[in-house]
Design a protein around this ligand. Structure first.
Ligand code: HEM
Length: 557
């Protein structure tokens, strides 16, 4: 924006018919906007021609300016300096005597420099430049120049790439999309164009099937921490609906196709899916069967000529279903009594007999939760994923990946609540004090932070295990721990939304505005506590599965 104004210039635009204001040295023409201003026009007229930065920040957060800047900004004050490059992070303080050993101590007031652990000697353990808001616990601590054995420069590059997209093109519009209960199709398409879809399958990055690869990370360097980071950064939007819209169907519907689909089928449909031209989802749950997969009733009968399955049945709560071209579907090919030994997985294409209807739900509004009916749908036998009657294995293999995705989202959403609270508590005053100065508010923040950080460390450890183990070993050995962490992440998420809502008060009760993210996330919690294995089933499984595995490993009781 090139037009330059003096303070005196702006002061002339001080009437309802000609209304300028200044926010952070940028000049906005609100003459035509004032009638549509949700906060009222009189409040704007009172600051007409003036610097209204203080009032503006009292009532809004950053996303408002991002959204309205292009429409309303007419220039800047002549006093505004061109933004300087970000200063380099402060150098770590030199120790006076480098040979002196500093022994960790819990004595108050004594500076403790922890001795580097074995991993700190590795190249990847070098602390990287600080990134983000630097609000403690609002980002994983390797963003804030703390050491970590898990990340290197390629993770930092991806982090910057995704954050730029999220901050400028997603976050300012998320509330609008959530209310509209859909996300513009071009955003999903961009997920394909940016190469992100190909990196979200919990398998090696599939560069053969798509010409679109991630700009900042070569496919051969892509690992599970890149995948985790991508989901994590997308979740900064504070909308389960958006994240599920973009990865909720694909992230669980596509991996079974890639891992167990027959080559001709994969070659035919995967490129369009990875490029974001076609959409896929996972259809397992039924009106009468959720976590209890062995009781599915949607049936697939082989046609007399043996060329097709004829599918009849219903699927419920299917993420993205209304927009999908392909449905990775669990069906019963065995007898009604065959339990888990009579389940198969079919790739059903949107064709005659497939109907989808949107369901109204408490949360994740823009994710497209769907009810599906299959009525005499003809599915070629070539579309069988895995082996007939052995679909249970395909489904089970998928669960760890699905649950890790849920965990990543829950923990970032918890951080979003925490970050929103810290920012708000540092500006909102009650009883003559900023909220942050009230111990009761700090107590809430502390309980949020301790749960987020401990859960996140467990997550990093499990992602690392997944990376080092083969798929089958990971499925067997980590299933219990991942189930336990899913329950830990969903309870943390629920706790954080509840506490954040209390801190925001009325602003988290009404929709949109400063408490908008907290209000939305509060509504989204059940969409995480129930699907992918409910909290209760997860807790039980975490012990059952771990006991079974450790018995096999030689557990001594
Ligand atoms: C560039 C200028 C401005 C824009 C684009 C703008 C936009 C908005 C929007 C979209 C909302 C709805 C809530 C939200 O989404 O956050 C809102 C609410 C509000 N605005 Fe503004 N606004 C501007 C300037 C101002 C100024 C200068 C003041 C005060 C002098 C103000 C006071 C308010 C108030 C009191 C509310 C209602 C807050 C609430 O519901 O808690 N706005 N504004």
């Amino acid at each position: 924006m090139s037009t330059s104004f003096s303070v005196a210039d702006v002061a002339k635009h001080n009437k309802p018919t000609d209304l300028y204001i200044v926010v952070d040295e940028d000049v906005y023409d609100l003459t035509n906007f004032q009638d549509n201003h949700p906060g009222g026009k009189k409040i704007l007229q009172r600051v007409a021609g003036k610097d209204a930065s203080k009032q503006f920040w009292k009532y809004h957060n950053e996303s408002i300016l991002k959204k309205y800047k292009a429409q309303l900004q007419v220039g800047s004050l002549d006093s505004k300096k061109v933004e300087a490059a970000a200063p380099p992070p402060p150098a770590p303080e030199e120790q006076n005597d480098k040979s002196e050993k500093v022994v960790p101590s819990s004595e108050p007031g004594q500076v403790v420099v922890p001795a580097p652990g074995p991993a700190a000697a590795e190249e990847t353990a070098e602390a990287m430049d600080a990134f983000g808001s630097l609000i403690p616990f609002a980002d994983p601590n390797w963003y804030q120049s703390y050491h970590s054995p898990y990340y290197n420069e390629s993770h930092a590059a991806l982090r910057a790439e995704v954050r730029e997209w999220v901050d400028n093109e997603l976050e300012p519009y998320v509330t609008e999309w959530d209310e509209a209960k859909r996300v513009p199709e071009k955003i999903y398409k961009q997920m394909g164009e940016k190469g992100y879809l190909a990196g979200l399958m919990g398998v090696h990055y599939d560069a053969k099937m798509t010409k679109n690869t991630v700009k900042s990370v070569p496919p051969e360097k892509w690992d599970l921490f890149h995948e985790m980071l991508l989901t994590d950064e997308l979740s900064r939007t504070g909308s389960g609906g958006l994240v599920w819209n973009l990865i909720g169907g694909f992230g669980i519907g596509c991996p079974p196709l890639v891992k167990f689909g027959k080559k001709p089928l994969v070659n035919r449909i995967l490129p369009d899916i990875l490029n974001g031209d076609k959409r896929i989802c996972l259809a397992i749950t039924e009106p009468d069967a959720g976590s209890d997969v062995a009781n599915l009733t949607c049936e697939a009968k082989l046609s007399e000529d043996g060329k097709h399955y004829i599918v009849n049945g219903e699927k419920k709560w299917i993420t993205n279903g209304i927009w999908c071209d392909y449905f990775t579907t669990a069906v019963r090919t065995g007898t009604p009594e065959s339990g888990m030994n009579g389940i198969s997985v079919l790739l059903i294409e949107r064709t005659e007999g497939v109907s989808t209807r949107k369901m109204d739900c408490q949360g994740v509004w823009s994710s497209g939760t769907t009810y599906i009916t299959f009525e005499d749908v003809k599915v070629p036998v070539e579309n069988l994923i895995g082996k007939e009657n052995q679909g249970f294995k395909v489904i089970m293999t998928n669960f760890n990946h699905e649950r890790i995705g849920i965990i990543i989202q829950c923990l970032r959403f918890s951080r979003v609540c925490f970050e929103e609270c810290v920012k708000y508590a540092n500006k909102r005053k009650t009883f003559g004090q900023k909220l942050i100065n009230h111990p009761v508010i700090r107590l809430k923040l502390a309980h949020m932070a301790r749960q987020i950080e401990s859960s996140y460390s467990w997550l990093e450890n499990l992602v690392y295990q997944c990376q080092r183990m083969g798929e089958t070993e990971a499925m067997l050995r980590l299933g219990g721990a991942i189930a336990g962490l899913k329950a830990q992440a969903t309870t943390t998420f629920e706790f954080c939304t509840k506490e954040a809502a209390q801190i925001f008060g009325g602003l988290a009760y009404s929709r949109g505005g400063q408490g908008g993210k907290v209000e939305r996330l509060y509504r989204d919690t059940l969409a995480y506590k129930i699907p992918g294995g409910s909290e209760e089933i997860m807790l039980d499984l975490s012990i059952r599965q771990s006991m079974r595995v450790h018995k096999a490993l030689g557990m001594k009781l």
